[in-house]
Design a protein around this ligand. Structure first.
Ligand code: FAD
Length: 338
């Protein structure tokens, strides 16, 4: 195990924020994670687990020991009449995992193509896109407890998945390091197409029964057109969750503005489009310091060049306050603010 002192984290977060880790250790296996916990000094140090840095806002240098997860591996672990179970090392890039399953002839993840970051972070906020969430394909995962060093396997119920949420953002936040993730891909594949952008693609191309590879290509092209590429413009994707409200709250908001974009949920509640709320408050294209709101999509905050974490924090809070002032809705941030 190599301890790297004074490591710049700027290349390791997609917003491109400056921060220095006092000490950083690369975790390339489960044994590496256990070795850190068993280490006489490092074992006691506060720790921060870092994947691809595409969902963190670094507002300060990191006195914590940064554990950068780089565990490799993609393999088939089981096959039944109904499904294949595949396992990934937590350090694999999520998009590479999606592409690999398709190359093997196992569809099921295509709607989540091109989401940045690592496989190990995917369960943390139960990533999702274009009508599919990680929990829809999840089998189980392994973690190393960062206090005891014990390996623990969790199933979906134990992970407590919810919309952009899981036990890893709550009771287990900062307490465990995910080392391996197993996904279940059903052999009787059904395309997931009930999403406006995908419906438009079907109309444009005349392909009404697209295969998984076609959906993968569509999702990649839609995402490239809509979202800024972090390699060009620093960002962390959607900055706020879409708020979920009761029918009464929804009626109240519609009374304030009848154009508010809202979708009914199966449980009777409504999901509001956070991007629309932010846009309605006049934030699209605005800048605070060196951070700003993306001109094409108000849900995405961007680095206009040289931004620091506290500027992003100030901008995010100002947006929250104005949305609360106008609509009475508290927007919840999606990325982890450190
Ligand atoms: C352009 C863009 C588009 C995006 N689109 C989407 C989208 O469509 N849907 C979506 O859900 N998200 C999206 N995101 C957000 C982000 O890609 C996901 O949340 C991703 O899963 C984060 O992965 P990461 O490896 O970069 O995690 P990091 O940013 O490194 O970490 C995020 C959190 O997970 C924890 N963590 C990371 N790895 C581990 C591990 N192995 N064990 C325990 N905890 C860990 C960290 O401590 C931190 O709290 C987007 C981001 C960008 C930049």
């Amino acid at each position: 195990m190599q301890i790297e002192p004074g490591v710049s984290l700027k290349p390791y977060n997609t917003f491109g924020l400056p921060a220095v880790a006092g000490q950083l250790v690369r975790i390339r296996s489960e044994a590496d994670a256990r070795a850190v916990v068993d280490h006489p000094e490092l074992g006691l140090a506060p720790k921060f687990v870092l994947g691809g840095g595409s969902n963190v806002i670094l507002t300060r240098d990191m006195p914590e020991l940064v554990l950068k997860v780089e565990i490799p591996g993609m393999r088939l672990v089981a096959e039944t009449d109904r499904a294949v179970i595949v396992e990934f090392g937590a350090g694999e890039r999520w998009h590479d995992a999606v592409a690999w399953t398709l190359d093997q002839g196992w569809p099921g993840l295509e709607n989540m193509a091109l989401i940045p970051g690592t496989v190990g972070a995917a369960p943390v906020q139960n990533i999702g896109a274009y009508g599919l969430e990680l929990q829809d394909r999840f089998e189980s995962l392994d973690t190393v407890d960062l206090v005891t060093g014990r390996t623990v396997t969790l199933n979906a119920a134990q992970c407590k998945f919810a919309y952009r949420d899981s036990i890893f953002k709550r009771a287990l936040a900062g307490k465990s390091l995910i080392t391996r993730v197993r996904l279940r891909l059903p052999k009787r594949w059904q395309p997931v197409l009930g999403y406006l952008d995908l419906e438009r693609k079907m109309e444009e191309t005349g392909k009404h029964q697209p295969d998984a590879r076609t959906i993968f290509d569509w999702v990649c092209s839609i995402r490239r057109a809509k979202l800024p590429d972090p390699a060009q413009i620093g960002n962390v994707g959607s900055f706020f969750k879409n708020p979920v409200v009761t029918p009464e709250q929804c009626r109240d908001i519609i009374a304030r503005d009848p154009h508010v974009v809202h979708y009914p949920l199966e449980d009777g509640r409504f999901k509001l489009a956070a991007g629309w709320l932010i846009d309605a408050c006049g934030w699209k294209g605005k800048t605070v310091g060196h951070a700003g709101v993306y001109d094409k999509q108000a849900l995405v905050l961007v680095n206009r060049g040289g931004a620091i974490g506290s500027e992003v924090q100030t901008l995010a809070r100002a947006i929250q306050e104005s949305v609360y002032g106008r609509f009475g809705i508290r927007l919840e941030m999606e990325p982890v603010m450190v």
